[in-house]
Design a protein around this ligand. Structure first.
Ligand SMILES: [Fe+2]
Length: 348
């Protein structure tokens, strides 16, 4: 019996598997999902991969509590054994396997194209992939990625009180999330991220969107800003209201000094993303910036991962960003002339 957005989700799933992941006949395709995630996108992705000639397996498993390495005690042994033995792994989990030891293995084996789409239900798969002009977004993202690659310094402010500076290490990768056809870890389209040069991140990061880190660190929408005072990449203090208090206690409970280290900064550039309850979508709200702390994947180090027990992300809305002396983004609107022109394709 037809259900809500049946045709649209099938089309979006095909777009992901055919246009972006580019599944080839005979490839092994694994899709993982826990019992908290909406299962319908998983089903449609599996069907699309089957149509393309993939050998498909869906692993629907018990739901862990927390993200990253914290998931390990909850995972079935066969899942731990299989995620790096596949050409394609699409992660649809509500509680992220991302940044766990098994994810590290899969994204560095030179074979697996891992795509993290955790927490995306039917409506989001349709809106965030199905309704996006992917070729136009690719031109925009390629242009911005190139600017980050060439820059050596970054500076970000926002109305909530962010004022943070850092250096950019030209030897480190810049993730441009729109190409899923190469081995390694990939994330939802509409995000450009990098790990700044180690030891150079200084200032105040004021999160005024959402904060998410699995378990008790899933704070969702923030009632008032949460401030991180950062010196040489490391959180010195977490300030704010009751949500800041809760987050500070969560950090302390992990007893892991690496959780206090910045792992990445990103631009959110997905035209159809809206701030809500889904971190994966929140991190792509147009004109926002995001910081992640804790586990730093190889996609950001450019080599071995810097391990931590988990990973916590926060969103700074309507950011203003300078790359070297060029203001590229102002209060959430891209103002650098080339980007401003390309943004018009999305009505931005
Ligand atoms: Fe992150």
């Amino acid at each position: 019996m037809p259900t809500y957005l049946d045709l649209e989700v099938a089309r979006a799933a095909y777009k992901i598997m055919h246009d972006l992941v580019q599944v080839k006949p005979g490839e092994s395709v694994l899709i993982t999902s826990d019992s908290k995630a909406d299962f319908r996108p998983t089903e449609e992705l599996a069907k699309a991969a089957e149509i393309l000639g993939g050998k498909v397996m869906v692993a629907w498993h018990s739901t862990p509590k927390g993200y990253g390495a914290l998931t390990m005690p909850y995972l079935p042994e066969p899942l731990k054994a299989c995620v790096d033995k596949t050409d394609v792994w699409i992660e649809m989990n509500d509680q992220w396997l991302l940044y766990s030891p098994i994810w590290d293995k899969a994204v560095t084996n030179g074979r697996t194209r891992q795509v993290m789409l955790g927490g995306l239900g039917v409506e989001r798969i349709v809106r965030l992939f199905g309704e996006v002009d992917i070729p136009a977004l690719k031109v925009f993202q390629d242009t911005l990625t190139d600017m980050v690659h060439r820059a050596r310094r970054g500076h970000i402010i926002n109305a909530a009180g962010t004022d943070v500076s850092f250096e950019i290490d030209g030897a480190r990768p810049v993730t441009n999330e729109i190409r899923y056809d190469i081995p390694g870890g990939h994330f939802m389209i509409g995000q450009i991220g990098w790990g700044p040069k180690e030891g150079t991140i200084n200032g105040v990061i004021a999160f005024d969107g959402t904060i998410s880190g699995g378990g008790d660190a899933d704070l969702g929408k923030l009632e008032e800003p949460v401030f991180y005072d950062v010196k040489a990449d490391r959180i010195q203090a977490i300030r704010g209201g009751w949500q800041a208090d809760k987050l500070r206690a969560y950090y302390a409970s992990l007893e892991d000094p690496n959780m206090y280290l910045a792992a990445h900064v990103c631009f959110g550039v997905l035209p159809t993303a809206q701030l809500g309850e889904c971190t994966t979508e929140n991190e792509r709200v147009w004109g926002s910036t995001q910081w992640g702390f804790g586990h730093q994947g190889s996609c950001f180090t450019g080599g071995e991962p810097r391990t931590a027990k988990s990973h916590i992300d926060g969103i700074c809305l309507s950011s203003t960003v300078w790359l070297d002396d060029v203001k590229v983004l102002e209060n959430g609107k891209f103002v650098e002339p080339r980007l401003a022109e390309l943004a018009r394709a999305f009505g931005k």
